[in-house]
Design a protein around this ligand. Structure first.
Ligand code: 6GU
Length: 254
């Protein structure tokens, strides 16, 4: 996958892509990153990338010219990407909120272009005529789209075939399959007097799988009841959820 990131603060990207799993993905040639400084596509002496808003008001707006020129220059140079599936994503708090499903869909792209919004906003024509999608990473405001671009790149790249090693499985993790992950334990068996649930040391893999599924359901019901509305549970599993809510209302009655 090719990933091009357009930013006014390219130096912010030095960390995440030079360590751990993302670095390995780059080293193995699974992903090809390029970070572009939008300011390089300005033509005035002061390299102006923003301007005041038409209609007045406080705050600056990112100019359309440098952003269009940056994206179009990179597109024109990428001869090998001519008929590839490209997503041009504007990072903005007004975008669709990122989900695991969206990350899985983006992982099918051949080419991601991520445009980091800044200042009070970006000229509307960037949304209308350049971006194919707008994404937010949650209901809070960041100083710019850079951290959001890193979050999206991380969530997408770890899904690409070959990026995760055998010890870093995509199976059974939170949000895949619509439930949160079950509790995990490692050695020692007793830590400061707190023992690992007995079932996990029993060696009975069938019972362990059942316990984990049940714990996933309980945990999701307690922490993210909204997620349970969309996940498919069998009758027995629905009973677990029902029992939990009776328990809860009994406790509230006490
Ligand atoms: Cl994509 N940008 C900014 N500035 N703030 C955000 C965001 C993006 N997603 C959540 N908050």
């Amino acid at each position: 996958m090719r990933v091009d990131i357009f930013s006014l603060f390219p130096e912010m990207f030095a960390g995440p892509f030079s360590s751990s799993i993302l670095k390995r993905a780059v080293d193995q040639g699974i992903v090809n990153f390029k970070i572009h400084n939008i300011r390089d596509y300005t033509h005035d002496k002061h390299h102006t990338a923003d301007d005041s808003a038409y209609g007045g008001g406080a705050g600056m707006v990112m100019k359309p010219g440098p952003v269009f020129e940056a994206v179009e220059t990179v597109q024109a140079q990428a001869l090998d990407m001519k008929d590839k599936k490209v997503s041009v994503i504007l990072l903005t708090p007004q975008g669709r909120k990122l989900t695991q499903q969206m990350a899985e869909d983006l992982a099918k792209s051949d080419w991601l272009m991520l445009i980091c919004g800044h200042y009070e906003g970006v000229d509307e024509r960037i949304r209308q005529h350049l971006a194919t999608d707008e994404i937010s990473i949650g209901d809070y405001v960041l100083t710019g789209g850079e951290l959001a671009a890193m979050v999206i790149a991380d969530a997408v790249i770890r899904l690409l075939p070959g990026v995760l090693g055998s010890g870093e499985s995509l199976i059974n993790e939170s949000h895949t399959g619509g439930l949160l992950e079950y509790p995990q334990y490692t050695r020692p068996e007793v830590f400061r007097g707190w023992a690992v649930p007995e079932i996990l040391t029993s060696g009975n893999h069938g019972e362990i799988a059942k316990w984990r599924r049940r714990q996933s359901i309980i945990r999701t019901a307690e922490r993210r009841p909204d997620m349970l509305k969309v996940v498919e549970l069998n009758n027995k599993e629905q009973e677990i959820v029902a029992d939990l809510s009776t328990q809860k209302s009994n406790e509230e009655d006490v």
